[in-house]
Design a protein around this ligand. Structure first.
Ligand code: FE2
Length: 298
């Protein structure tokens, strides 16, 4: 008797075109949420796509010293280079393919700037920042960094060679991520060649959405076309998601798939702070203003 479970494909709830806005010291991002139609997508609070843009010498901008409390920021650099510093004395550089998973927890002040040589010379910039909410019990934990270089991020390929996946969080095609997440998260970067298709298992209790970073992809049994700078949100009505390159395309498509178990807790947010109650939000502002989250002094 077969042990195989009968799987069901998820249906699409909505497709959202990212809004172009500015962040930090004035760099341009494409932001599928938050916006008026999607305030958050539990446990995710925000997704920003930086670029893709070809910057000339001296043009790169970053986000100078700013605080965070109550959630995690995940930076994935596809092209370009960043450097970060924080109020705990940490610093580091992120190059193409690297990921930084920062758990802000009780509070940190950090800067996210273009790496000096990259800023001086210019070049192609493309990356993502995802905000992952922390459960109430973890909002005030010690801040933590996981800097994972490109070579340590597992990559898998389909048998037909048409699909490649970088496993940033979770599991895909038999490979497990090296990053440890506070709640179970799936973060997968698929590159799909023409006529390629992948079916990814996403347990039914996860909220899931995907963002098309390059080209056009077909999602679900409905074969809906989702293009660059669009996000597709799924219902929790199945346990797999199919992604294919659009018909007749001649170049690869890049899709990032995100999924996480909803926290089902109240979300109170104000800029860089995300807590459960208004009082906790006020406390975060007071703590930051009184210097309790520290400062970058090196
Ligand atoms: Fe930040």
């Amino acid at each position: 008797m077969s042990q195989d479970k009968i799987r069901k494909e998820r249906t699409i709830s909505q497709i959202v075109t990212a809004k172009t806005t500015t962040e930090g010291d004035g760099f341009i991002v494409h932001r599928p949420f938050p916006n008026y139609s999607v305030r958050d997508f539990d446990p995710f609070l925000l997704l920003d796509e930086m670029g893709p843009i070809d910057l000339s010498a001296g043009e790169a901008k970053g986000a100078s010293d700013h605080p965070h409390r109550g959630f995690e920021t995940v930076t994935y650099v596809i092209d370009g280079a960043f450097e970060h510093k924080d109020s705990q004395g940490n610093s580091g550089k992120l190059f193409s393919g690297d990921v930084q998973w920062m758990t802000a927890g009780s509070g940190v002040v950090h800067s996210e700037m273009p790496e000096k040589e990259f800023a001086k010379k210019g070049g192609r910039l493309h990356g993502f920042q995802l905000w992952v909410n922390l459960p109430k019990k973890d909002k005030m934990i010690q801040p933590r960094y996981q800097d994972v270089t490109s070579k340590n991020i597992p990559i898998a390929k389909s048998d037909d060679g048409k699909v490649q996946v970088k496993v940033i969080a979770g599991e895909s095609m038999g490979k497990h991520a090296v990053i440890d997440t506070k709640t179970p998260i799936i973060y997968l970067h698929f590159t799909i060649q023409p006529n390629g298709k992948v079916i990814q298992i996403v347990p039914q209790n996860y909220n899931a959405f995907a963002y098309v970073a390059k080209g056009e992809a077909l999602f679900g049994s409905e074969q809906k076309i989702v293009s660059k700078e669009q996000a597709v949100f799924f219902e929790r009505d199945g346990d797999e998601i199919s992604i294919a390159s659009n018909k007749d395309t001649t170049s690869p498509v890049d899709v990032i798939l995100f999924a996480g178990i909803p926290l089902n807790e109240p979300v109170k947010r104000y800029g860089p702070f995300v807590m459960n109650t208004e009082e906790e939000l006020q406390q975060a502002i007071t703590d930051y203003n009184s210097g309790k989250m520290g400062k970058i002094d090196f």
